[in-house]
Design a protein around this ligand. Structure first.
Ligand code: UDX
Length: 447
C-alpha cells in the first residue's frame, strides 16, 4: 500500500512539499496552526505567490472538482499522528529577535505537539533549516514523548528549494540529502523519493550533523558568491572597470561557473541572511567560530550594497539631500517571481531614501500587499508607468521580466528626468541610453 504522508507547516516549503507529495502519488495530510491558512488551502488557494503552486494544489486537494483527492488539510494533531507513516516537519526557523541565533520555537512546538500522538511505528523527517546538533536532540525528545517509544524515529532531510521555482525544485530536486540512523529510515525515504531518484536526482545518505550542515553550508557558499561579486563591483567602481564583463569572463571558468555572479544590491529573503547568521552563532557555541569569521564579512559586504545604492541615487541627483526629490522604485520583493519582501534589499533602499526625506513611490508586480504591510508609509503605484510619473530618478531594484520589457521611450515621456539606476545589473544599458536616458549601475562604466 502507498505510504501515507503528513506535512507539518504549510508555508513556502510545506505547502509546496505537500502538493508535490500528492503529485508523486501519496495520500497527504497537511497541518498548520494558522486557521486562515488551512481554510485557504482547503479551497485550493495558496497564501503566497509561487508560480505553478496553485495549479498543483488544485490538481490534488480533496473536494475540488476533477482533483485526485489525495491532499487534505487539518489543524488536528491527533488526526495527523493517526494518519501518517512519514511526517515531514516544514515549519520556519526565523532569526531570533536581537540575536544572530535561529529561533527553534516553532520546530520544538511541532515536535511537542506531534509526538504524543504517535502510537505506532512512524518516521518523523525534519526539513526545516536548523542549527547543527538539533536533530540529535529532537530524536531523543521524540522517543521520550511518543507512546510508540523507539518506534518513533527521526531522519533529517534538508530542503533546497528556491522561491519562484519551488514546484520544479521540489519535483525535480538537484539532490536529495537524507541523514538517517537506521536502514528502516533509509528504506522509507527511498520509497518517498523513488520517482525523482529514478529520474536522476542523486540520493546522498549521511549522518544527522552532516545533513544539517549541508543546508547551512550550501547557503553560505551562495551568499559568499554574491558578496564576492559585489566586492568586485566596488573595486570596478573605483578602478573604472565593468563588473558585468568581469563576471562573464570569470564565469567561463567551469570551476567558478556563471551562476550567482550578478552584482547588485545583494541578497535578502527569508533564508540567506538569517541562515549565515545562525550558522555563525552555532559555530560559536561549538567553539568553531574562527572557521566562520569570513561570513561576517560576507554579511557586511551584502548590507553595504544597500547603503551604496542610496549613495548612488544621492550622487545622481546632484549630491546633498533627498528632500523634495521624487524617487521611483521598481521592485519591492527580495527577488523576481516572488511576493516575499522579508529582508528585501529593494524595500530597504526605498525605506532609507524615504526616511531621508525623498518622495518614494514603489511598484512591484506581486509584492505590493506585503510591502504595504511592512512599510505603510511609502507611496505605492499600480503600475511601473504610474510609479515613474514625474520622477527625478528611477531605481530598478528587483529584476522582474516586466521591468526588462519596459519601453524606455514610453517611460521617458512620464518622468521629469531620464535617469535610471540599475540596482540589479539586469537592464540593457545601450537600450536605455539610446532612448536618451542616463544609465548608472554599481561597478559599470558611466557611458
Ligand atoms: C535560497 C537558496 O538558493 C535555496 O537553495 C534555499 O533553499 C533557500 O535560500 P531563495 O531565498 O529563494 O533561495 O533565493 P535565491 O534565488 O537563492 O536568491 C537569494 C538572494 O540573492 C535574492 O535576493 C537575489 O536577488 C540575490 N542574488 C542572487 C543576487 O544578488 N545575485 C545573484 O547572482 C543571485
Amino acid at each position: 500500500m502507498a505510504l501515507k504522508i503528513t506535512v507539518i507547516g504549510t508555508g513556502y516549503l510545506g505547502a509546496t512539499h505537500a502538493a508535490a507529495m500528492a503529485e508523486l502519488g501519496f495520500e497527504v495530510l497537511g497541518l498548520d496552526v494558522v486557521p486562515e491558512k488551512i481554510e485557504m488551502l482547503k479551497r485550493g488557494e495558496v497564501p503566497m505567490y509561487e508560480p505553478g503552486l496553485e495549479e498543483l494544489l488544485r490538481k490534488h486537494v480533496a473536494g475540488i472538482e476533477g482533483s485526485s483527492g489525495r491532499l487534505r488539510f487539518t489543524m488536528d494533531w491527533a488526526e495527523v499522528g493517526e494518519f501518517g507513516d512519514v511526517h515531514f516537519v516544514c515549519v520556519n526557523t526565523p532569526q531570533k529577535h536581537g540575536e544572530y541565533a535561529c529561533d527553534m520555537s516553532y520546530v520544538d512546538a511541532a515536535f511537542e505537539s506531534l509526538a504524543p500522538h504517535l502510537h505506532g511505528p512512524a518516521l518523523v523527517v525534519g526539513k526545516s533549516t536548523v542549527p547543527v546538533g538539533s536533530a540529535d536532540r529532537l530524536a531523543a525528545r521524540l522517543v521520550e514523548l511518543a507512546p510508540a517509544g523507539e518506534d518513533a524515529e527521526l531522519a533529517w532531510n534538508p530542503e533546497f528549494l528556491r522561491e519562484g521555482f519551488a514546484v520544479n525544485d521540489t519535483l525535480h530536486p538537484d539532490r536529495i540529502v537524507v541523514g538517517v540512523r537506521s536502514e528502516r529510515a533509509e528504506k522509507l525515504l527511498r520509497e518517498v523519493y523513488a520517482t525523482p531518484v529514478t529520474a536522476g536526482s542523486p540520493f546522498v545518505l549521511t549522518d544527522f550533523p552532516t545533513a544539517e550542515l549541508v543546508k547551512t553550508s550550501a547557503n553560505s557558499f551562495l551568499a559568499t558568491k554574491i558578496s564576492f561579486i559585489n566586492a568586485m563591483a566596488e573595486v570596478c567602481e573605483a578602478a573604472d572597470g565593468d563588473v558585468v564583463k568581469l563576471a562573464e569572463a570569470i564565469g567561463h571558468d567551469e570551476r567558478i561557473g556563471k551562476k550567482f555572479l550578478r552584482a547588485g544590491i545583494g541578497f535578502g529573503g527569508g533564508c540567506l541572511p538569517k541562515d549565515i547568521r545562525a550558522f555563525m552563532a552555532r559555530a560559536g557555541e561549538l567553539g568553531a567560530d574562527q572557521a566562520l569569521t569570513f561570513l561576517r564579512e560576507i554579511d557586511s559586504i551584502n548590507m553595504r550594497q544597500r547603503g551604496q545604492m542610496v549613495e548612488l541615487a544621492r550622487e545622481a541627483l546632484g549630491g546633498g539631500s533627498f528632500l523634495g526629490k521624487r524617487v521611483a522604485v521598481l521592485g519591492a520583493a527580495f527577488k523576481p517571481d516572488s511576493d516575499d519582501v522579508r529582508d528585501s534589499p529593494a524595500l530597504n533602499v526605498a525605506g532609507q531614501i524615504h526616511l531621508q526625506g525623498g518622495q518614494v513611490t514603489v511598484y512591484d508586480p506581486k509584492g505590493m500587499a506585503n510591502a504595504r504591510r511592512l512599510f505603510p508609509t511609502l507611496a505605492y503605484a499600480d503600475s511601473a508607468i504610474e510609479a515613474v510619473r514625474g520622477a527625478d530618478v528611477v531605481l530598478h531594484l528587483t529584476e522582474w521580466r516586466e521591468f526588462r520589457e519596459l519601453d524606455p521611450a514610453v517611460l521617458g515621456e512620464a518622468v521629469t528626468t531620464r535617469l535610471i539606476l540599475d540596482g540589479r545589473n539586469a537592464l540593457d544599458p545601450e537600450v536605455w541610453r539610446r532612448a536618451g536616458w542616463t544609465y548608472r549601475a554599481m561597478g559599470r562604466p558611466t557611458a
